[in-house]
Write a protein that binds this ligand. Structure first.
Ligand code: NAG
Ligand code: NAG
Ligand code: NAG
Ligand code: NAG
Ligand code: NAG
Ligand code: NAG
Ligand code: NAG
Length: 451
């Protein structure tokens, strides 16, 4: 404060001189007072500076929007020339920054003033900055209101004084400091399916299914709801979600799913998918009854359809999501129908469908995903269960074939036993036994008669 008051008094005195004395005398007096060492009394200001982010990790080469709350600029200004009058350092900054305060190492009479919302002036060493002196100070700006629309945050810092400065020493009077702005996000995705399992088969009531107008197929409705989260410090400017669903039981088979609609919550996104041109396909009945019976007996296995496995063809859907603020989520609803007629022809009793969804951020939008954050991928599983009730004519055939097989086995056994002489030996034994009995009886009779 003392130096400032002194400076003001000095300025008043100079002003007074200015009005009272002829110009020539004033010029001589001023030159004398300045006590210059060089001919032209030139100052030589030199600026040095450094940006300091308030983030935890000092090594990150960018400013993570939302994570960094403030930014400091360390400034060091030195004067290598003659005393510099009315020296000041000005900062041209982004309009989205707010000046918090200035901090100086020691009380050196530096004062800062915000001239415009994006222009800060700091007066150093008023009324003059001594030759060979060096001042250090920091200015702090609030970065929490940065929108991230600009790719870099830049500071144009200029040092000026009332003295002339030689052209060759002007290069270090301006300093441009820059830091890239990045969206640091932690995206994740979860999903649920309704229903998680359903039963199909010939004897399952048609009311459990949906029939589209003039189509014979029985469709199972399935709703998949995905939630995309952003738990990162920054707003996610945009993301894409890809969803894949196993669509065929075998590589050459018909498409099972008919996607009706994919809806993004609050209409904050668009989705695309391939429409099934022929949603209702009823595969040709395999007329061979043995095949059907075989299929029935082998209907015990579990089939897992997963797009990550080779040889599985999948239905893919893509969604582009618009901005997602931190701690917010966005829902994606998928309404689809599954053609159960195709399932009925399969030999598995349980078919598991693994639906995979993955959220990806666009690096072109200057987004970085926190590597140690939540997973960006997930699987939703639903199951189709066969009711395992054989169809009527299959039962008939099974009974008929069982009977036939039974009779065959019986005959085979009989022939086998006969061949082994089982019946013959037995007859002989019986006849012999009968003979013995008769003889015994006769003897008995004889004994009895003789008594
Ligand atoms: C700057 O941010 C850091 C970390 O967020 C905080 O500790 C510090 O108090 C802030 N400084 C000012 C001046 O707001
Ligand atoms: C700050 O810099 C910008 C761009 O370089 C310029 O358009 C603007 O006029 C400057 N502001 C001031 C107050 O000099
Ligand atoms: C920034 O400046 C302050 C004061 O001038 C000083 O204490 C601090 O060490 C400087 N920081 C760096 C990293 O240079
Ligand atoms: C800084 O000082 C110089 C010389 O005194 C002056 O011309 C200039 O206008 C000052 N800058 C600001 C922003 O006041
Ligand atoms: C699917 O969602 C629609 C609309 O919300 C609803 O009417 C239908 O009952 C749902 N179906 C299932 C199987 O959850
Ligand atoms: C979705 O499409 C509409 C109209 O085509 C467009 O206005 C909107 O910006 C798009 N949204 C996204 C996230 O792509
Ligand atoms: C999503 O964005 C990509 C790239 O901008 C574009 O090729 C694709 O058509 C978009 N998809 C939708 C459904 O808007």
């Amino acid at each position: 404060m003392g130096t400032r008051l002194l400076g003001a008094l000095l300025r008043l005195a100079l002003l007074h001189l200015d009005t009272c004395l002829p110009q020539s005398i004033l010029a001589q007096k001023t030159v004398f007072e300045r006590n210059c060492r060089s001919e032209d009394c030139a100052a030589d200001l030199q600026l040095q500076g450094q940006l300091l982010l308030s983030s935890i990790d000092e090594k990150t080469p960018y400013l993570a929007l939302g994570a960094v709350k403030n930014i400091s600029i360390n400034i060091s200004i030195s004067n290598l020339g003659d005393d510099a009058y009315d020296a000041n350092v000005s900062f041209n900054v982004s309009r989205e920054l707010f000046f918090i305060n200035m901090w100086q190492k020691e009380e050196m009479g530096i004062s800062c003033e915000l001239l415009e919302s994006d222009f800060l002036k700091c007066s150093v060493g008023f009324p003059f900055m001594r030759s060979k002196s060096k001042y250090e100070f920091s200015v702090i700006f609030d970065t929490s209101h940065l929108s991230g629309e600009e790719e870099v945050l830049s500071f144009i810092i200029t040092a000026q004084s009332g003295n002339t400065e030689r052209a060759e020493s002007l290069h270090d009077n301006t300093l441009t400091l820059m830091v890239p702005l990045m969206h640091e996000v932690d995206t994740s995705i979860t999903g649920i399916v309704s229903p998680t399992s359903f039963v199909y088969g010939e004897s399952v009531a048609a009311a459990n299914f949906i029939q589209l107008e003039d189509l014979l197929c029985h469709f199972q409705p399935l709703n998949v709801t995905l939630q995309v989260y952003n738990t990162g410090p920054s707003t996610l400017p945009g993301a894409s979600v890809s969803i894949s669903l196993p669509n065929r039981l075998s590589p050459g088979g018909a498409e099972m799913f008919h996607v009706q609609e994919v809806v993004v919550g609050q209409e904050k996104g668009n989705c695309s998918f391939q429409k099934n041109p022929t949603p209702c396909i009823i595969p040709q009945e395999q007329e061979n009854i043995f095949h059907t019976i075989f299929a029935f007996f082998t209907k015990s296995g579990r089939k897992v359809l997963d797009c990550e496995k080779p040889g599985i063809t999948c239905l893919t859907m893509h969604c582009n999501l618009s901005a997602l603020a931190r701690e917010e989520s966005r829902a994606i609803d998928i309404y689809m129908l599954l053609n159960t007629e195709i399932l009925k022809k399969d030999s598995s009793s349980v078919i598991q469908f693994m639906t995979r969804a993955k959220v990806k951020v666009d690096p072109a939008l200057r987004v970085v995903e926190i590597a140690t954050g939540n997973p960006e991928e997930m699987v939703v599983v639903f199951e189709a269960l066969h009711n395992l009730e054989p169809r009527g004519y299959v039962v008939g055939w099974i009974i008929a074939i069982s009977l036939l097989v039974g009779i065959l086995i019986f005959l085979l056994l009989a022939v086998l036993l006969w061949k082994m002489g089982f019946f013959r030996r037995r007859y002989k034994e019986i006849i012999e036994a009968e003979k013995n009995r008769k003889e015994n009886e006769d003897n008995w009779d004889w004994v009895q008669k003789n008594q």
